[in-house]
Design a binder for this molecule. Sequence first.
Ligand code: SAH
Length: 251
Amino acid sequence: MIYFIGAGPGAVDLITVRGKEMLEKADLIVYAGSLVNPELLHYAKPGCVFLDSAGLTLEQVLAAMAPAAQEGKVVVRLHTGDPSLYGAIKEQMDRLDALALPYQIVPGVSSFCAAAAALRAEYTLPDVSQSLIITRLEGRTPVPPREDISLLAAHQASMAVFLSLGRIGELAERLLQGGYAKDAPAAIVYKASWPDERVFVCTVGTLAETAEAHKIQKTALVLVGDFLKPQYSRSKLYDPQFAHGFREASP
Ligand code: SAH
């Protein structure tokens, strides 16, 4: 059996209990060495084989995992955060389907959740935004033109931008084109939940200079939106004047 496991955002104790249990049972762990905290590998049993996928192709990853799984070994494919976001797991699963090899997915804590925790923020505030847009600038991987940051920015919803620190000036430009003011609130969260986590609260207009001043080039998220401001309305759920299925209204 092959398990695709979300390693969480970085801190070793932010992997799920199920994910940790699979690491303890694994005979082979193929991990994304560029982002996964190597300390997670300490959960593995003696004799477990480790393979860093950072320098491998899809074919090489499959060539390592498939025979081990066919021999009945427990194979873990360890992805950073949650595997469903920018994890390139679909292409692996399709190859495994073609080989009729079974697999399961164990979700993980995505870095956008750890970034909100680092900021002590809530993405979905009443009267501010009830949506979170998860996106990226195009790189070698194209982004459909209808999802251009300037178009998404027009919604003024909370936004978590992955994989885009390398072109943060361009990112800021597109946010401005989409209607954000230069002084709209933004933040850069570097290595959320890692021991060297850093949080920079800035504005859309100062994103590029903030990244440059602190030499932040990768392993960071850009957050944008009024959810970073102090103003919002209180929730209806916990408002004494509103009743719901679990609580009656207070007089
Ligand atoms: N599946 C992962 C994302 C992988 S793409 C997840 O759910 O988080 C890699 C990008 O994720 C990085 O370029 C960066 O933008 C972001 N990232 C991953 N870990 C991070 C962390 N601990 N802090 C901030 N950003 C992180």
